[in-house]
Design a protein around this ligand. Structure first.
Ligand SMILES: Cc1ncc(COP(=O)(O)O)c(C=O)c1O
Length: 378
């Protein structure tokens, strides 16, 4: 069976972890600092602050931008739930704007329609690794004086005109969760180019400690420190990033060439000058007579594993439709999420399916997978 996801880990990563454990310094330390340097070089961002995972990196970003109770943050509903959950963390209110059905990313026009006098920020998510239309989003942010937090959890090595994602907003947040392009099991980082935000981020992740360290704290903060075991894995992943990513980009290109020929199938449109991270390949069925469940079953019978990624949109989750278990609902009036409607997101959620994008994928595998799909759809 060709797996749908895998982890690109070699002996070098194993050795790096052993080195850390043997050193007896397991908490965040020199490997975290080394990784920050490498990731700064990789992304071209001036500053990098590591975090325990992508969710914490998003929460650090929201906190550093002073987003708080009753502020509205506009984002997409077609994403992993973490994107909007972190907006709740600070008492802010997630507002959902529909996606462009071609790119699967937030539609700038729909986004603009959702702006109110309570809107404080925009959170574009580069879904599956496809860069959002950042030019349009930056223009809107400038017109309405809004902050931009880029959710780059899936966007390692995704760029626009050679500039790495995360550098278009005030901050960019990354995840190194076990299935991402670059991994450490759990891991995260925020990138930014502003000195003040950088200093805030470092303190927020470390209980609001004073920069000099010790036990003096100047603001309320969290413990979002990464371990040096995770950071050591990330250092090796950085050294191997070219090898890992060039393989993914090659596979993505071949997939796009072959899938593009299949009628009744949509693949993510990549805007001019944009480079996809080739994290997830998820076509959408345009012939409503065929359902993702049937494609997934058929592919499985032919030795290819496949799955639906986000069958339910964020506002469709039980946790959003009934907010009674969320303590902040005692003091904040949230929208009735059961009444939200984003038709393009709903269509994409119900009709997409994810096919293998693993590091061991060969050209023959991709040809076989696309041929199998063609047979099913004919
Ligand atoms: C789009 C998106 N945002 C946020 C996250 C959260 O990252 P993590 O799982 O590392 O907390 C993920 C990852 O899983 C994600 O895919």
């Amino acid at each position: 069976m060709i797996p749908v996801v895998d982890v690109n880990i070699r002996e070098k990563e194993v050795e790096a972890v052993i080195e850390v454990v043997k050193s007896r310094y397991l908490a965040e330390g020199k490997f975290a600092r080394a990784f920050e340097g490498k990731f700064s070089e990789f992304t071209g961002a001036k500053h990098v602050v590591t975090a325990v995972n992508g969710t914490c990196s998003l929460h650090m970003a929201i906190t550093a931008l002073d987003i708080g109770p009753k502020d509205e943050v506009i984002t997409t509903p077609f994403t992993f739930i973490a994107s909007s959950n972190v907006i709740f963390f600070n008492g802010a209110i997630p507002i959902f704007a529909d996606i462009d059905p071609e790119t699967y990313n937030i539609d700038p026009e729909k986004l603009e329609e959702k702006i109110t006098n309570k809107t404080k920020a925009i959170m574009p998510v580069h879904i599956f690794g496809n860069p959002c239309d950042m030019k349009a989003i930056q223009d809107i942010a400038e017109d309405y004086d809004l902050k931009i937090i880029e959710d780059c959890a899936q966007a390692h090595d995704a760029t626009i005109d050679g500039k790495h994602m995360g550098n278009f907003g005030d901050l960019g947040c990354f995840s190194f969760y076990g299935t991402k392009n670059l991994v450490s099991g759990e891991g995260g980082a925020v990138i930014c180019n502003d000195e003040t935000i950088y200093e805030k981020l470092k303190s927020i992740k470390n209980h609001g400690r004073n920069p000099a360290g010790g036990y003096s704290h100047y603001r309320i903060g969290y413990n979002y420190r990464i371990t040096d075991m995770a950071a050591a894995i990330l250092c090796v992943q950085m050294d191997r990033a070219n090898e890992i990513m060039s393989r993914r980009h090659r596979n993505g290109k071949l997939y796009r060439n072959l899938l593009g020929e299949i009628e009744d199938l949509r693949i993510q449109k990549i805007l001019p000058g944009h480079q996809h991270s080739d994290y997830i390949m998820a076509p959408v069925l345009l012939n409503e007579k065929k359902k993702p469940k049937e494609v997934i079953e058929y592919l499985k019978s032919k030795g290819v594993s496949s799955r639906t990624t986000y069958e339910y949109l964020s506002y469709e989750q039980e946790s959003y439709k009934d907010l009674s278990t969320w303590h902040m609902s005692r003091v904040i009036n949230y929208p009735d999420y059961s009444k939200v409607s984003c038709p393009n997101s709903e269509y994409t959620a119900r009709n997409h399916f994810e096919i293998p994008m693993v590091s061991t994928l060969t050209d023959e595998n991709i040809q076989y997978i696309t041929q199998t799909l063609k047979e099913f759809l004919k």
